[in-house]
Ligand binder design. Structure first.
Ligand code: TRP
Length: 444
């Protein structure tokens, strides 16, 4: 196969914005708040931080090392370090990217619609009825296709010109908007209840439940874009002089910070408007029903704030979706040998079609999300930890390039060998039967 020169990030800042852009998305501003609400606020937040530290960070560093070391997409990279049987794991990664991209685009489509509607018409007076109307069916399908097309256009433009330029432009704006919204929320009378709910818990006992642990670990993986080679693929365009541990620290901190600050927007806002009862009964659609209720209640200011909030979600979703698509596109370029443009078009058509069930049924969407997180991402993370800990030769040498040798890298390898696989296996034993039950319920 002819070896084309591989693209590289134009700057360290550009890579960081792209990687943080991948991490920060619906997971931070939608999934995190709804999980925190469902599992008793602060208790969940604490467990989540623990999971980022114990399993998220080690796997993130492993992905960065493998990707940069091999300078190829997940299939070829795992083949490069582990021999051809390990390519199967890479193929699983690409499949996961494909699956997540297809339903993620449906939710992203809702956010785009809500943003434009908020600006042009204001939020619907009855958000529950509105959501029921637009979340599935023809409406959802059209916005899904629109969002997918826009993301594909960026990916087709390549690493520096497409992905890096977009992320460097929009990610700083997202930070500003989310922080600004948190400040605004704090000025609302009655917001204290939100902080109390979010930052204190009367239910710390639930921390020890396996279910909450599983949700926290799954969320850590989803939010950091781990377990399916997205970070691996982005790292494959990095220079050997980059300090990988520093990148991993910055990306995990920024990702947590945005999720946390998004909570500082959502909870005070809902409590200030007396919508707290609806917080606990959170479901997939919560954000699209309860928050617009709050925005309607705030009048014209609410319309501005609401449009900004949904616009931030659009940005987050866009930079995440392009990272998901990039995994599939990079692999198609590497393996099939097509050029980027052609790979992007075919990937896009396939992913758009695969997302159709999610656009037609919320149950289908929910099951796709569960399968992706509980099965693909955690299973992928487990396999990747074992791979880096036991199969790959001297991963610490790759990490040391550009960073120097740290003593704690030994500890990192021990974590990948024992702690991460044990924690993930323990969790998966609990969640996989549940996921299977949800799948079969779908077909009844
Ligand atoms: N991390 C993104 C979010 O929080 C979603 C995402 C992007 C993702 N790429 C991924 C999730 C890869 C898992 C794997 O919204």
């Amino acid at each position: 196969m002819a070896q084309r020169a591989r693209e590289q990030w134009g700057s360290g800042f550009g890579f960081l914005m792209a990687a943080i852009g991948s991490a920060v998305g619906l997971g931070n501003m939608w999934r995190f708040s709804y999980l925190a609400a469902e599992h008793g606020g602060a208790a969940f937040v604490i467990l989540y931080v623990l999971m980022i530290f114990l399993v998220g960070f080690p796997v993130l560093l492993a992905e960065l090392a493998i990707g940069r070391g091999a300078a190829r997409g997940p299939v070829q990279a795992l083949g490069f370090y582990g021999g051809r049987w390990w390519k199967a794991l890479g193929a699983l990664f690409v499949g996961a990217g494909f699956l997540i991209a297809s339903y993620y685009s449906v939710i992203a489509g809702w956010t785009l619609r809500y943003t434009l509607e908020g600006i042009a018409l204001g939020f619907a007076a009855d958000p529950a009825a509105h959501f029921a109307e637009v979340s599935t069916g023809y409406d959802a399908l059209v916005w899904h296709l629109l969002f997918m097309a826009g993301s594909l256009w960026i990916v087709a433009n390549g690493i520096t010109f497409g992905i890096e330029r977009t992320a460097s432009l929009v990610m700083p704006l997202l930070f500003l908007v989310v922080c600004g919204l948190a400040v605004y929320a704090s000025t609302l009378p009655g917001s204290e209840g939100g902080y109390r709910y979010y930052l204190n818990s009367d239910d710390y006992a639930s921390i020890f439940s396996r279910e909450v642990l599983a949700e926290a670990a799954g969320q850590a993986f989803f939010s950091l874009s781990l377990g399916m080679g997205a970070m691996l693929t982005y790292a494959s365009y990095l220079k050997r002089t980059t300090n990988l541990p520093a990148q991993a620290v910055i990306v995990s901190l920024a990702d947590f910070a945005i999720a946390f600050v998004a909570g500082l927007v959502v909870f005070p806002l809902l409590f200030a408007l007396g919508l707290q009862e609806e917080v606990g009964a959170s479901t997939l659609g919560a954000l699209f029903i309860t928050l617009p209720k709050a925005f309607v209640g705030l009048g014209i200011g609410g319309r501005i704030v609401g449009s900004l909030f949904f616009a931030a979600l659009v940005v987050g979703a866009l930079t995440s979706l392009i990272s998901l698509l990039e995994v599939v596109v990079a692999s198609t370029v590497d393996i099939v040998g097509w050029d980027r443009r052609r790979s992007t078009i075919w990937t896009g058509i396939a992913a758009a079609l695969f997302g159709v069930p999610a656009a037609l049924s919320l149950d289908a969407l929910d099951v796709m999300d569960q399968v992706a997180t509980n099965f693909f991402l955690m299973g992928g993370g487990l396999a990747l930890a074992l791979f880096t800990g036991w199969v790959m030769r001297e991963p610490e040498v790759e990490v040391a390039a550009g960073a120097g040798r740290y003593r704690w890298l030994r500890l990192w390898i021990q974590a990948l060998r024992y702690a991460v696989p044990l924690i993930l296996a323990f969790i998966m034993i609990g969640t996989v039967p549940k996921t299977i039950a949800a799948i079969s319920a779908l077909f009844e």
